[in-house]
Design a protein around this ligand. Structure first.
Ligand SMILES: [Zn+2]
Length: 320
């Protein structure tokens, strides 16, 4: 089973009218049927919300001015997922049952909140857990909780409270988009499951959106997995990336993490970029990707990178 740890499915549907059911919109890659055709069985489906200052960068009017609006938008995304025939995996038992009965064509999701502003206050985290959220990345750009991409800074006081609440609710922490200072704060405070859903190697593409080797190593030491983004500028400084670039980042991250069992996919396909700006234009190419990975990794390592590493991570990280 292929697992993709980062897809902005509801955002694409609600903010841009590119629905998940049916075929992908022209020039895009992801839909329920295209993922199923490609052999994907599980996705980490995001609740992504854009702050007002990102209106231009994200080419959208679907933005929030405050936490309450962010909360309403993320609620709309949860409701969208309910219409997608996409079972939400919430605990180990559900995961185990789903994986055991999986056949090609079936698709399920784990809900990942990207940017925690929709959580109006850490005391209200329980409502989001009840709606199915199991993974939270506190940052995107800067949020009320954390420094983020192009927005240096640590966890805020509210961010420290959020992490305590997340731990009580047995959630998983996603460090993608967190600023270096905030990642350092999290390493100091956080004792729960930790991962990075869609961040590539900073050695290969400089900039704070990518992770340095030491971060990869620390996440691995804590049993986490690192998802590789397929966005061309996350793969190559010049863009124009292809499947070989995904392999390059997989090799690099596996080395930094001390093993390929800590590497997975977090494509972010269609998340603010179309097929032209992606290393993969069609989900059929997942097969080509595993063939290329096989030149660098053993057959079981390739299976791990393509999906079973995420499944093993969820098995040890989701609530029982
Ligand atoms: Zn992202």
């Amino acid at each position: 089973m292929i697992v993709d740890a980062h897809l902005d499915i509801a955002w694409n549907a609600i903010s841009a009218g590119r629905g998940f059911l049916g075929e992908p919109a022209p020039g895009y890659v992801v839909s329920r049927s295209s993922l199923a055709r490609g052999g994907v069985g599980l996705v980490f489906a995001t609740l992504y919300t854009a702050p007002a200052r990102a209106r231009r960068a994200m080419r959208t009017r679907f933005v929030y001015e405050n936490a309450h609006e962010a909360g309403l938008m993320a609620t709309a995304e949860v409701n969208y997922y309910r219409t997608c025939d996409l079972p939400l995996i919430g605990d180990r038992k559900q995961l185990e049952r789903y994986v055991r009965g999986w056949r090609r064509g079936r698709l399920a999701a784990v809900l990942l909140m990207e940017g925690a502003d929709p959580v109006e206050s850490p005391a209200q985290l329980g409502a989001w857990v009840d709606r199915g959220v199991r993974i939270i990345g506190p940052a995107w750009g800067r949020t009320r909780y954390s420094g983020g991409t192009h927005a240096p800074g640590g966890l805020t006081a509210l961010g420290v409270q959020l992490l305590s609440a997340m731990r009580r609710k047995k959630l998983i922490l996603d460090i993608s988009h967190m600023a270096d200072r905030a990642v350092a704060d999290a390493f100091e405070l956080w004792r729960g499951p930790i991962m990075s859903s869609h961040s590539n190697a900073r050695d290969l593409v400089s900039g704070d959106r990518q992770i340095p080797n030491a971060t990869a190593a620390e996440i691995a030491r804590r049993g986490g997995v690192l998802g590789i983004s397929f966005y061309e500028h996350h793969l190559r400084p010049s863009g124009h990336a292809n499947l070989d670039d995904i392999v390059r980042h997989a090799v690099h991250l596996a080395r930094a993490a001390g093993g390929a069992e800590h590497v997975g996919l977090g494509s972010d396909l269609d998340g603010g970029f179309d097929a032209k700006h992606s290393a993969m234009q069609d989900t059929k190419q997942f097969t080509d990707l595993s063939r290329k990975l096989r030149k660098q990794f053993s057959a079981s390592q390739v299976e791990g990178v393509m999906g079973t590493n995420w499944l093993a991570f969820l098995e040890r990280s989701l609530p029982g």
